[in-house]
Design a binder for this molecule. Sequence first.
Ligand code: PGA
Length: 239
Amino acid sequence: MNVSVLKDYEAMSKAAAEKIAELVNANPNALVCFAAGSTPIGTFEILADLAADKKVDFGSCKFVGLDEWVGMDKTDSGSCQETLWKTLFLPLQIKEENICFFDAKAKDLQQECQRVDQYIMDHGNIDLMLLGIGVNGHLGFNEPGVSFNSLSHVVNLDQNTKSVGQKYFETERELSKGITLGTQHIMDSNTVILIANGAYKAEAVHRMIHGEVTNELPATILQTHRECYVYLEEGAFRR
Ligand code: PGA
């Protein structure tokens, strides 16, 4: 785990965006997976600027969605997919055909899991993931207690995720289940970049870096990832 501590959110976002650009330039056909949520917004803005300046080109990349709230799709304001369209896919002019996202409104969610697993398998594995971390240590919706061998799955959300998740929505939504790539996908991906900011994340970040590897704090598994870069805004880092 390569940990860098940056002075503020802007510097954290810049460090992550530059690393992503470097990796995509080295592998323009990469299969990438970028988390939604609030943390990556600054990184996406910098990536859009880099793309406009022709310093990186995502035109040949494929994108796979990390997770979604069950019962929502891109027509739901605040959903993962809607957030990514607004902040990443539209600014970068990504073609819909290059995006594979869970249909979290599908009748058969198990089939959705299989479809997305197959998509990743057809591409070998994920080349690059950009992740955030939850205050409960989750990665995507890999919640405390998850199996470290998991592929895509539907999950009953942790109480913490249900309450923190309300921040994405204008009016209160019932959040009970999520659909997510698994920790196995994360561990199989060639490079993982994790970003975190804010003192409220410091405890989870500290355990992720220094704690015992346990599925009670899923992000601890990243200690065993072969190519993991962590960019922290200073407030999220505890000495
Ligand atoms: P956030 O979400 O970026 O909105 O803090 C992170 C997460 O829950 O994984």
